[in-house]
Design a protein around this ligand. Sequence first.
Ligand code: FES
Length: 157
Amino acid sequence: MSDPTHTARRTVLAAGAAALAGGALTACGSDGEKSPEGQSNGSASAPAASTAATPESGSAGAQVLAKTADVPKGGGTILKEEKLVVTQPTAGSFRCFTAVCPHQGCLVNKVENGSIDCSCHGSKFAIADGAVTKGPSTKGLAEKKIKVAADGNISLA
Ligand code: FES
């Protein structure tokens, strides 16, 4: 019986100190009155438990690059900020490549007629696999792994 009494005294002293510290703290104190009625341990663990229950959105962390509806069939969408190009070579099949041209580093700027084009020097790349279809680039666009969610969100895998 001596322990709960001791804890209760400490709680009262802490509450008194808070009340003396300023009027604003008194409002906070009214929330705290719920738990420390008779349970000496409950008051300390209650706030910690409520914080631990909060993180439920951690699994949806991947950044959405585009929606499948935004990527034309037989074409693609250039994402300038991400320096990526997402293509849909055939219906329902999506690919993603770097948008940085391997020739001299320009960003590709057009997806047309099954081709990803770089206007700097005229290189062209296939939307299906990023391979060079026209130089001067000698290397294709590197592919990036993506995942397509059921709701149509495309994100990096
Ligand atoms: Fe793209 Fe030269 S940088 S063709």
